[in-house]
Design a binder for this molecule. Structure first.
Ligand SMILES: [Zn+2]
Length: 69
């Protein structure tokens, strides 16, 4: 999967979607943090679609694409 400077993590989508969609994917995929079910800290970050990882205790869990449920 190629990653380019210009499109960042959305490089995997190639030239399919437009710029707007890509920007939204970036926004949805990063930024937000959620509470880790293991250590209860607000350090759960989305690693990839459906994969969540806690930055504190290192717990990795499967969830929804944009929500660690
Ligand atoms: Zn944790």
């Amino acid at each position: 999967m190629g990653r380019t400077k210009k499109v960042g993590v959305t490089g995997k989508y190639g030239s399919r979607y437009g710029r707007r969609v890509r920007a939204r994917v970036i926004k949805a995929g990063s930024q937000k943090k959620f509470r880790c079910p293991s250590c209860m800290k607000l350090t759960l970050k989305r690693e990839s679609a459906g994969i969540w990882k806690c930055g504190k205790c290192g717990t990795k869990l499967a969830g929804k694409a944009y929500k660690p449920e």
